[in-house]
Ligand binder design. Structure first.
Ligand code: FES
Ligand code: FES
Length: 175
């Protein structure tokens, strides 16, 4: 086969791939932290990666990518959810809050309690912990120890800040 024929076949092959990739993209309007954001992404892209890669909201962290660690927790309609396993196409027109939008200047009761109880150590898991705690208090302003254990059981902290997290949630419930 001549070089020119190989080049032509490669060109057709790459054109088909590019068309396939382009066909998978779609336009979505998302309601993030009270603002409308437009993104052009594959509908199956996890919300986590749209937040981090397309909207530069990097406060939401990647840990496991399998709904096992809680690092990627954000609020959907006020409830804590794992953004690493939720396709962007499933959250259109629903209010999403990330750690960046929890309060305008860090004065959400959970954020204030976190500082008061000096919760954070390395900090990596903390945005997810805070969003889970805030989600709990949205639905249950006076949680029992058991409620806290249940709500926070999916958020892992390799620095073992669990006792301070629990104390801070109780503090936040009184603020
Ligand atoms: S990154 Fe989503 S739960 Fe671990
Ligand atoms: S504070 Fe380090 S992982 Fe939780």
């Amino acid at each position: 086969m001549e070089i020119a024929q190989i080049d032509k076949r490669l060109l057709i092959y790459y054109t088909l791939i590019i068309e396939k990739v382009n066909n998978q993209m779609a336009n979505f309007i998302l309601n993030i932290n009270g603002e409308q954001k437009e993104v052009d992404v594959d509908p199956n892209t996890p919300l986590l990666w749209v937040l981090r890669e397309d909207l530069d909201l990097v406060g939401t962290k990647y840990g496991c990518g399998m709904s096992q660690c809680g690092a990627c927790t954000v609020h959907l309609n006020g409830a804590a959810i794992r953004s690493c396993v939720l396709p962007v196409s499933a959250v259109v027109n629903q209010p999403i809050t990330t750690i960046e939008g929890l309060s305008s200047d860090g004065d959400h009761p959970v954020q204030k309690a976190w500082l008061e109880e000096d919760v954070s150590q390395c900090g990596y898991c903390q945005p997810g912990q805070i969003m889970s705690a805030a989600g709990l208090l949205n639905n249950n302003p006076n949680p029992t120890d058991q409620d806290i254990d249940l709500a926070m059981s999916g958020n892992i902290c390799r620095c073992c800040t669990y006792p301070r997290i629990k104390k801070a949630i109780k503090t936040a419930s009184k603020l």
